[in-house]
Ligand binder design. Structure first.
Ligand SMILES: [Zn+2]
Length: 72
């Protein structure tokens, strides 16, 4: 009985969320609730990669000094 109570409705540790891009993402409930507590956006892998890519671009812009470029 106790074992059964650990698993609610669909007997899954995963829950479905809608990403802002419209994709439905399976996310495990633990990390979902952690992210909600931290007020982090829950997003799909695609959006996550895009966001990280944008952040890396911003970092590049921020730290690149054209006069001292190591790529020249
Ligand atoms: Zn998305």
């Amino acid at each position: 009985m106790q074992y059964a109570m650990l698993f609610d409705d669909n007997a899954s540790n995963f829950t479905k969320i809608y990403c802002s891009c419209g994709r439905i993402v399976n996310i495990d409930r633990k990390s979902c609730s952690v992210k909600r507590k931290l007020h982090k956006t829950i997003e799909c892998a695609v959006c996550r990669n895009l966001r990280i890519g944008r952040e890396l671009d911003l970092l590049d812009e921020h730290y690149s000094v054209p006069e001292q470029s190591v790529y020249d």
